[in-house]
Write a protein that binds this ligand. Structure first.
Ligand SMILES: CC(C)(COP(=O)(O)OP(=O)(O)OC[C@H]1O[C@@H](n2cnc3c(N)ncnc32)[C@H](O)[C@@H]1OP(=O)(O)O)[C@@H](O)C(=O)NCCC(=O)NCCS
Length: 176
C-alpha cells in the first residue's frame, strides 16, 4: 500500500460550488458509489443538490460538510449531518476518489473532523452505517473509536445496493 507521507497536508475545506466539477470527476465512479450513499451515475444535478444542501446546513449550523483536500487537490468529501429531532446527534459519511485510495486520506479526515467536534463539545453521539463488505471503512471507524451498535439487513436505502446484505450501524459516544 502506497502510504502518503504528507498526511499533515490534508485539510478539510467547506464544501462549496468550487468543488462541483471535482465531485463529478471522482464520484461518478461505480468503485466509489457501490459501497456508499452516492447515486450512480453521479450527475451535475446531483453535485449541485448536495452542495446546495450542504451550504444551507452549514449556514444554519445543522451540519458540517467538507471537501477533503491535499493542499489544493480535492480528494473526497466528509459530512457530519444532524439527525432529525435528535439534539447533538449527528450522522457521519465520507468518500474518497479512487485514485487516492489507500493513502490515509479517509482515516486522517475522520480523525480531524472528530477531533474538532470533540473540542467544541456540541456533539454527544455520532452514528454511521457501513456495509459488511466494506472492510476498509469498518477498520477506519473502529480505529476512530466507533463501536458496532447493531447489524441489520439492507433495504431500500443506499439505492437498494445492500438489499438483504449485512449493514452495521456504528456509534461513537462522545459524551454521556
Ligand atoms: C472506504 C474509503 C473511504 C477508504 O478511504 P481511504 O482513503 O482509501 O482509506 P485510508 O487509506 O485512510 O484507510 C484505509 C484503512 O483500511 C485498511 N483496509 C483496507 N482494506 C481493508 C479491508 N478489506 N479490511 C480491513 N481493513 C482494510 C487499510 O489498511 C487502512 O488502515 P491503516 O491505515 O490502519 O493501515 C474509500 O475506499 C472510499 O471512498 N470508498 C467508497 C465510498 C465508501 O465506502 N465510503 C464509506 C461508506 S461507510
Amino acid at each position: 500500500m502506497n502510504k502518503n507521507n504528507s498526511l499533515h497536508e490534508i485539510v478539510l475545506k467547506p464544501l462549496t460550488k468550487i468543488y462541483i466539477n471535482d465531485m463529478i470527476t471522482f464520484a461518478n465512479d461505480i468503485r466509489v458509489a457501490q459501497s456508499c450513499h452516492l447515486p450512480y451515475p453521479f450527475t451535475l444535478k446531483n453535485a449541485q443538490e448536495i452542495v446546495t444542501k450542504s451550504m444551507h446546513e452549514q449556514e444554519r449550523q445543522k451540519g458540517l460538510h467538507f471537501a477533503i483536500c491535499q493542499k489544493e487537490q480535492f480528494v473526497g468529501v466528509i459530512n457530519l449531518g444532524s439527525m432529525p429531532k435528535r439534539d447533538q446527534v449527528f450522522w457521519l459519511s465520507y468518500w474518497v476518489g479512487f485514485p487516492f485510495w489507500g493513502q490515509g486520506f479517509a482515516s486522517t479526515a475522520v480523525t480531524k473532523l472528530l477531533d474538532s467536534i470533540k473540542r467544541e463539545n456540541k456533539v454527544s453521539k455520532v452514528y454511521t452505517a457501513v456495509w459488511d463488505g466494506n472492510g476498509a471503512s469498518k477498520h477506519i471507524l473502529q480505529k476512530n473509536g466507533f463501536k458496532k451498535s447493531r447489524c441489520r439487513l439492507g433495504g431500500q436505502d443506499y439505492h437498494n445496493r445492500f438489499r438483504n446484505e449485512k449493514v452495521w450501524e456504528m456509534l461513537l459516544q462522545i459524551t454521556k
